[in-house]
Design a protein around this ligand. Structure first.
Ligand SMILES: Cc1cc2nc3c(=O)[nH]c(=O)nc-3n(C[C@H](O)[C@H](O)[C@H](O)COP(=O)(O)OP(=O)(O)OC[C@H]3O[C@@H](n4cnc5c(N)ncnc54)[C@H](O)[C@@H]3O)c2cc1C
Length: 391
């Protein structure tokens, strides 16, 4: 991406963020989905940031895209999660493994916002281990019949198209990936509302009941689904890490401003040393997270430019896992400290730190839990297949 296009994209993202803020705050307090998000994202043309111009997108490189997601992350994990679901794990697998016809059919409308995308891997009985999934498909002539349930899926209730995964009823037990249109017969979806945070974002579960997908909607080769899912999660993890960096930046900004304004014991609380300890800790989280996100994004970009290079792909995968593990824990701690600086007001969701604290917790769960990422990192450091904790 040339520097002018890069500047323009980041400026559009910033304008979007400034306009979304008041709507997000109101919707949050009223605990309802933010219906302004997609129209505003359309207005600033930021629904296809990582999609090349030939398919209707902005053609951002990975580093620029990560910076955009960090900016969006400041507006809340719910807002950023929409973009992760739609782009990082929705458009990304179609862009990476889709054939030309699939790219032409799905990417341009998704960049315009005419189609919202989602990624459905998790099931009620298969989370950390997707190999335990129960969704099935059966080939019948030139179509596939799918049956099963996917659970905890970002954007599921607002999506027009979902990339999903299933085992064959017969034959080798290898997962395949499919592109599902949600207006097809046999698709039903339910919003999940009993959530700890992200009330303005959509999270749903969907069922496919004798759902018919044309053979043309098989994504990649039959049996390639697990690889597609794992490859997509690398992109997803980077998006979570970038979003968490944004959360930390916003917590720092809020804590600094409030600490300078709030007076107790005859002076600004920013002059009390124990409050300064919180500021210093959040700043260290910000700095370390920024470095890790940059490093991971650069590695992912290098890998994208050298397809087929397994060493570069493994390096990017590890760095994205490391960035996601670190930044999601750092963002949780930063939000907790910002809440503490705000005192009683911090505990209210009328203020930004309290909302960040509620929302960012999920970042230590989705796209690979803390535990799964630690096992992955340890296995990579130890080296050798005998140290892989699980298959
Ligand atoms: C708001 C939200 C949005 C989401 N969006 C999506 C989405 O868009 N698409 C999608 O496919 N999924 C999505 N998910 C699902 C998410 O990825 C899963 O919740 C996550 O992978 C964990 O799976 P699980 O909930 O089944 O927990 P489990 O796998 O049951 O894990 C429970 C606990 O056991 C631990 N554990 C499991 N196995 C091991 C092990 N081998 N060693 C050590 N500890 C272990 C876990 O770390 C965790 O602490 C979303 C989840 C949430 C909450």
């Amino acid at each position: 991406m040339n520097p002018n296009d890069q500047r323009r994209l980041l400026s559009d993202v910033d304008d979007f963020c400034q306009e979304i803020r008041e709507h997000e705050e109101l919707c949050y307090v009223e605990h309802r989905f933010n219906h302004h998000l997609i129209p505003l994202a359309q207005k600033f043309n930021i629904l296809g940031m990582l999609v090349p111009a030939e398919y209707g997108g902005r053609g951002a490189d990975v580093v620029t895209y990560a910076r955009a997601l960090a900016r969006i992350g400041r507006e809340g994990t719910g807002v950023r999660t929409f973009f992760s679901g739609h782009s990082s794990i929705g458009q990304y697998p179609i862009l990476t493994w889709g054939n030309e016809e699939q790219k032409r059919r799905y990417l341009p409308p998704s960049c315009k916002g005419d189609k919202v995308l989602a990624f459905g891997l998790t099931e009620p009985e298969a989370g950390s281990n997707p190999l335990e999934m129960q969704m099935t498909y059966e080939r019948q002539g030139d179509r596939f019949i799918l049956n099963g349930v996917k659970y905890l899926i970002s954007n599921a209730g607002i999506a027009n198209t979902i990339v999903t995964f299933a085992y064959p009823v017969e034959g080798p037990r290898l997962i395949s990936a499919f592109i599902i249109d949600t207006d097809g017969a046999g698709f039903s979806c339910e919003d999940l509302v009993a959530k700890m945070g992200m009330p303005t974002a959509n999270t749903g579960m969907f069922e496919l009941s004798n759902y018919v997908a044309p053979a043309a909607n098989l994504l990649g080769e039959e049996g390639q689904g697990f690889r597609i899912a794992m490859g997509t999660l690398v992109s997803g993890r980077l998006s979570v890490a970038a979003g968490c960096l944004g959360v930390i930046e916003d917590c720092l900004c809020e804590a600094v401003t409030y600490a300078k304004e709030r007076q107790q014991h005859g002076k600004a609380i920013a002059k009390h040393q124990l409050v300064q300890e919180h500021i210093a800790a959040i700043e260290m989280h910000r700095l370390s997270s920024e470095a890790l996100v940059s490093k991971a994004a650069e590695a992912k970009e290098t890998s994208a430019q050298n397809p087929g290079d397994g060493v570069l792909a493994s390096r990017a995968e590890l760095l994205c896992a490391q960035a996601k593990l670190f930044t999601s824990q750092a963002a949780w701690d930063a939000a907790d400290r910002a809440v503490q600086v705000f005192g009683g007001r911090g505990w209210s969701t009328l203020y930004r730190p309290g909302r960040h604290l509620q929302d960012v917790r999920v970042c230590r769960i989705y796209e690979g839990t803390d535990e799964i990422l630690k096992l992955k990192i340890a296995a990579a450091v130890l080296g050798g297949k005998e140290f892989v904790a699980f298959k």
